[in-house]
Design a protein around this ligand. Sequence first.
Ligand SMILES: Nc1nc2c(ncn2[C@@H]2O[C@H](COP(=O)(O)OP(=O)(O)O)[C@@H](O)[C@H]2O)c(=O)[nH]1
Ligand SMILES: [Mg+2]
Length: 266
Amino acid sequence: MNAPPTRSVSPPTTTDTASAGGWPPGRVLVVAATYNEAENISELVSRVLAADPDLQLLVVDDDSPDGTGTAALRLAAAEPRLHVLIRRGRRGLGSAVVEGFRTAADHGFAVAVNLDGDLSHDPDDIPRLLVALDPPGGRPADVALGSRHVPGGAIVGWPWGRHVSHWLVGWFTRFILGVPVRDGSTGFRAVRLERFMRLPEDHPAGYAFFEEMLWQVHRQGGRIVEVPITFIDRQCGRSKAGPAVMVAAMRDLLGIGWRAWLPWGS
Ligand SMILES: Nc1nc2c(ncn2[C@@H]2O[C@H](COP(=O)(O)OP(=O)(O)O)[C@@H](O)[C@H]2O)c(=O)[nH]1
Ligand SMILES: [Mg+2]
């Protein structure tokens, strides 16, 4: 783990900043990683907190130059169910989500829900993910994926190039990594923390975290279920999945594929 965050609201420039409010007891913590989402943050916070009164939200921001983290801190000052961690000196979607999940476990939450900070994932779908994780009278799961590729799921607004790379990653996850899911790269997922905290700790720092986590859960015999969602590409702000991020994700995925196939792979 990285150094513990400070609890100040007026940030020094080199250390992490966390919102100063306490943590009410809770079962489910929603984790949203953000980088330059100033146009989306306020709507994201209000829609997540309105989706269910028992939810709390942690925004993990990587010191966004557009002030997303500071805006979230301002909102958190008036909202006990909102928590903010501004990381300094670290970048990466995967590492931000991992840090959010570990924070959730540290504060006694049983379940973390991860969603993007650009409103591509509808917070109103969170209750369906939670029911899929713990179906009344049914078999509990370790991970419930918000899936775009099971009947009823959809992707709206992506350019064709994005569909191609997404299809390739999905194919790789299913047939090379052997994870029996249709949408292994979805960033919308409910995760049982007891399972997550038992996974090997060295997750990829970037986008490949999503496939790697499922691979590890599957290898441990964990149960993964899929719930249809409609993903709507962002209306505001810009995607961070540029060429460098995509290349890093491909490199990480190939590394995992290597480990998956080598008899002595870890
Ligand atoms: N904390 C943090 N969040 C990130 C980073 N990169 C992307 N994100 C967030 O991860 C989510 C998904 O990123 P996005 O750019 O929308 O990727 P896309 O949906 O794959 O095009 C958004 O909420 C981003 O703000 C990062 O390096 N650090
Ligand atoms: Mg997006």
